[in-house]
Design a binder for this molecule. Structure first.
Ligand code: PHE
Length: 443
């Protein structure tokens, strides 16, 4: 069996976990979610959820990983044999996400390269997606990069690449956001993005209590995805954390980085989208905004080419560092499960990633279906079961002792949180989100 590595220190861990958290979700999902849900109302809800839910949930997953020093396939089983299936679930989720995330990564590679040469506005996204060779080569390049960094290992691959990509990503984000904010044309969009507006709580037109409920659901769902919670990633990364490292401090820092980049991404994207295509475009988000509208917006801006290059470099780094974290999770789960060497595991995962990405590369419908299965169906179930498991099966003391929390009131608060507040909230969100997306109820 492979010898388990350790992060070289607190900073290396915080950087790696933040690199996982800061991903495409921050850039193309967060801003449009805010635009669709009352601007500042969403921002406020998101920040509150991140602090009061995000931090304790991160602490929980990281502590489980460090306590057992195993990835999800074995963590739960080690703590209680009968609960192995939660580990299976936490293992399946990244297995589903990895291939389709790498397809999106492939699109980003294409845009990154084009931004240096012909400019991205010249790409016709829809017809390019039918160019199987083009999509194939870019996707393969992205997969190869992901694989290489995982193959090289925790210290040589993941830590070293994050040390370059994360500071660059943060500097680029700040620089582009400052540039956009200084443009006089950005004012209306900034107001639209940041000022709380209860009259437009939901893009479907819902306001009042139903609109607020929708906004809260959206903020909570976004928080889970963005912090890489309930995907097995934080358990895996936690398994490499040193025993003397402070998990609560690390968790607070990860949440800070992730929220900071998300808020700035909104400042980059919303003003341009709003000036260019009004509220409708700002709310749209997704592929269309990122790969069709934004390139056009850039090309109409002063210094647009430079902004474009900076932007797609930033997106590439965000996508790659997140992709590494899922690939690492799958590799680590596989190695713990089959007791094989890490490099053998990495090669198997690479082959799997390549083959399993073919349906998503060929069809947006397939990609959407995988995303729905992981994001809407399985992740909330996994989050719920993890809280239930810690709260009622192994008991909160296991986590509290692992993080060496000795203050009685903090122990009490965490216990109430993990036993009641978190599972109830997650269940409500899951059921109402599901009914809403199948059109059974309309929030
Ligand atoms: N947290 C990532 C983001 O915001 C999401 C993610 C990470 C998804 C890793 C998959 C794998 O985009």
């Amino acid at each position: 069996m492979w010898k388990r590595a350790n992060w070289s220190g607190h900073l290396a861990f915080v950087l790696a976990a933040s690199a996982s958290a800061v991903g495409l979700g921050n850039i193309w999902r967060f801003p449009s979610q805010a635009a669709s849900h009352g601007g500042g109302v969403f921002l406020l809800a998101y920040v509150i959820f991140s602090v009061f839910f995000g931090i304790p949930l991160l602490i929980t997953e990281i502590a489980l990983g460090r306590k057992t020093r195993r990835s999800p396939s074995r963590t739960f089983r080690r703590l209680n044999r009968k609960w192995w299936f939660v580990g299976a679930l936490a293992m399946i989720i990244p297995v589903i996400i990895l291939p389709y995330y790498s397809v999106i990564g492939g699109w980003v590679v294409k845009y990154f390269i084009s931004s240096f040469f012909s400019g991205t506005a010249a790409i016709d996204f829809d017809s390019w997606r039918n160019d199987i060779m083009g999509v194939g080569v870019c996707t393969f390049a992205f997969q190869l990069l992901t694989f290489a960094l995982v193959f090289l290992g925790i210290k040589q691959g993941i830590e070293k690449s994050n040390k370059i990509m994360m500071p660059a990503l943060i500097l680029l984000t700040i620089a582009i956001a400052v540039f956009v904010v200084l443009q006089p044309a950005s004012r209306a969009g900034i107001r639209y993005y940041m000022i709380p507006d209860f009259s437009r709580l939901s893009s479907g037109g819902a306001s009042g209590a139903a609109g607020l409920a929708r906004t809260l659901l959206a903020a909570m769902g976004q928080m889970f995805f963005s912090l890489s919670i309930a995907m097995g990633i934080m358990i895996t990364y936690g398994s490499y954390v040193r025993k003397d490292d402070s998990i609560p401090k690390a968790s607070a820092r990860i949440v800070f980085f992730d929220t900071f980049v998300a808020l700035l991404a909104g400042l980059i994207i919303i003003p341009g989208a709003f000036a260019f295509g009004g509220a409708e475009l700002a709310q749209k988000g997704g592929f269309q905004l990122m790969f069709v509208s934004l390139p056009k917006i850039f090309s109409s801006m002063a210094f647009g080419r430079i902004v474009e290059i900076a932007f797609f470099t930033l997106v590439l780094f965000a996508a790659l560092t997140s992709s590494i974290s899922i690939a690492e999770t799958v590799t680590s789960s596989l190695c713990d499960f089959l007791l094989i060497k890490r490099r053998t595991g990495a090669i198997i995962v690479f082959l799997y990633m390549f083959l399993a990405s073919i349906p998503s590369a060929l069809s947006l419908k397939a990609l959407g279906a995988f995303d729905f299965t992981a994001d809407i169906l399985l992740m909330p179930i996994c989050a719920f079961l993890t809280c239930f498991f810690v709260g009622w099966v192994i008991k909160p003391d296991v986590v509290l002792d692992e993080i060496a929390e000795s203050r009685p009131h903090a122990r009490k608060l965490y216990t109430i949180f993990i036993r009641f507040i978190a599972p109830i909230f997650i269940a409500v969100i899951f059921v109402s989100g599901l009914l809403d997306s199948f059109g059974i109820i309309s929030l």
